[in-house]
Design a protein around this ligand. Structure first.
Ligand code: FAD
Ligand code: NAI
Length: 466
């Protein structure tokens, strides 16, 4: 029977990063993975394939619509979907191989099979009808999440798809009906819209992207509508008739009322994700779940069973790869006796559409609700020189600072490369910086990031270019 300091169950961004950090700290580590490849949701059916398709479809869209105005004359681009899917697969393979390499480099044993916690210190690994029990001082549960389903609507991953099926459609749907105007709906809706689908999004709430700053979400909705998205807000899909050639979705007002039918070739259900704990044996082992089915942890990631910890999508908090990674590092350090820590006030969120949307810290709604007095600085990309010359002026930067101390409490950006620009705000906020600090930091010209500096100047009502 092999004996380890740490066994990590799951090799998504939480699990594999935790294993690497634990190995760096001198532990003997194994990871258990039931999927054929390492890397979890993120690398196989999440972040990476979606970003590959977003990139490729954006190039397709640019070639068709933006080149001519810059004097680049090309014939109308033709879509080779199998080649685009192959491009996506190459990206997945490259990243998955990268994780395999990291496991080898850090001398982490990879145990293929389904992990089940027998008791503190014992993990059973089963594959192909065989099982073995591994002894370990510590266990980290990093089993991630699964798609949330709609009652009565069966996902066949062909016509009624989750994100997984929507990443692998074999032809562009004439009409794509998306249930849920969250991150997945808007990212994958963008992919298929650019490739030629008509996209209708049905959202239960009266706004898109719940949780994001309301003003940002409103402007983003307008931008997406200009791109051709149609939104049905305050509505829910209650059933899908699959008997005919086209799907017939029944759509009702969220509050109840007269139903209508929307026809579509493909329905994408993306109404959130749920923690994945199937087959882990948590109940029998005595690992408690919270009321929402997430593994319950204390501030040090410890579960109710001694020596068993949990991180990533399977615990509370935003279901984001970088949150899982940071928790992986923190828990490894805690197990090693160090002071591992995650600052949940500074976890950026990015929607990788065109333009991108990014955000860190508090929204205006959250500050209002908490009764915090704040000042707002805003700067539009229409007034940013680099954006003007590139003719990509959609969006703006919004900075929220404490009215008394000027400390930056939240930053929200819509714009090209917003997902890169947000990180200067993250660093600033980690150091408790003020809008004045940001405003007095020299920014290279001409860059889009100058709009961040100008928004910081605008907090003090002294933006230069507006
Ligand atoms: P996962 O990545 O889900 O990994 C869990 C692993 O555990 C899986 O490999 C699974 O097979 C394995 N496992 C489960 N149970 C067992 C068991 N009993 N035994 C052995 N192995 C087991 N986040 C971002 O930050 N940025 C993005 O751009 C982004 N894009 C996304 C796009 C899509 C379409 C989706 C669906 C998600 C996206 N996410 C994104 C979210 C991101 O994928 C997750 O937050 C992240 O993968 C969570 O990491 P994790 O390590 O907790 O779990
Ligand atoms: P989400 O939570 O972002 O959005 C789900 C949307 O569906 C919400 O707007 C919700 O109000 C709506 N909804 C719920 N029930 C509904 C119903 N019955 N009818 C109509 N609308 C309904 O979830 P999503 O988009 O499925 O993504 C899952 C997770 O994956 C997210 O938590 C996100 O963090 C992560 N992710 C992150 C990405 C990124 O960081 N760029 C990209 C993709 C996913």
């Amino acid at each position: 029977m092999a004996t380890y300091d740490l066994v990590v169950i799951g090799t998504g961004p939480g699990g594999y990063v935790c294993a690497v950090r634990a190995s760096q700290l001198g532990m003997k580590v194994a990871v258990v993975e039931k999927n054929a490849t390492l890397g979890g949701t993120c690398l196989n059916v999440g972040c990476m394939p979606s970003k590959a398709l977003l990139h490729a479809s954006e190039m397709f869209e640019e070639a068709g619509h933006s080149f001519a105005k810059m004097g680049v004359s090309v014939s109308s681009p033709k879509l080779d979907l199998p080649a685009m899917m192959n491009f996506k697969q190459q990206g997945i393979d490259g990243n998955v191989k990268g994780v395999e390499f990291l496991m080898k480099k850090n001398k982490v044993d990879v145990l293929k099979g389904t992990g089940k916690i027998i008791s503190a210190g014992k993990v059973e690994v089963s594959a192909d009808g065989k099982s073995q029990v591994i002894e370990t001082k510590n266990i980290v549960i990093a089993t991630g999440s699964d798609i949330a389903r709609l009652k009565g609507i069966e996902i066949d991953e062909k016509r009624i798809v989750s994100s997984t099926g929507a990443l692998s459609l074999d032809k562009v749907p004439g009409k794509l009906l998306i249930v849920g105007a969250g991150v997945i709906g808007l990212e994958l809706g963008s992919v298929w819209k650019r490739l030629g689908a008509e996209v209708v999004v049905v959202e239960f709430l009266d706004r898109i992207l719940p949780g994001m700053d309301g003003e940002i979400a409103k402007q983003f909705q307008r931008i997406l509508e200009k791109q051709g998205f149609a939104f049905k807000l305050g509505a829910k899909v209650t059933g899908v008739d699959t008997s005919g050639k086209t799907l017939k979705a029944t759509v009702e007002p969220a509050a109840g009322g007269t139903a209508e039918t929307i026809e579509a070739d493909v329905v994408l259900v993306c109404i959130g994700r749920v923690p994945y704990t199937d087959g882990l044996g948590l109940k029998e082992a005595g690992v408690a779940l919270d009321p929402r089915g997430r593994v319950q942890i204390d501030p040090h990631f410890a579960t109710s069973l001694k020596g068993v910890y949990a991180i990533g999508d399977v615990v509370a908090g935003p279901m984001l790869a970088h949150k899982a990674e940071d928790e992986g590092v923190a828990v490894a350090e805690i197990i090693a006796g160090q002071a591992g820590h995650v600052n949940y006030d500074v976890i950026p969120g990015v929607v990788y559409t065109t333009p991108e949307v990014s955000s860190v810290g508090k929204t205006e709604e959250e500050l209002k609700q908490a009764g915090v007095a704040y000042t707002v600085g805003k700067f539009p990309f229409t007034a940013n020189g680099r954006s003007k010359v590139n003719q990509t002026t959609d969006g703006f930067v919004k900075i929220l600072a404490d009215a008394k101390t000027d400390r930056v409490l939240g930053v929200h950006i819509i714009g090209i490369e917003a997902g890169e620009m947000i990180h200067e705000a993250c660093v600033l906020m980690e150091f408790g910086g003020s809008a004045e600090d940001l405003a007095r930091t020299c920014h290279a010209h001409p860059t889009r990031s100058e709009a961040v500096k100008e928004a910081a100047l605008a907090v003090g009502k002294r933006a230069i270019h507006m």
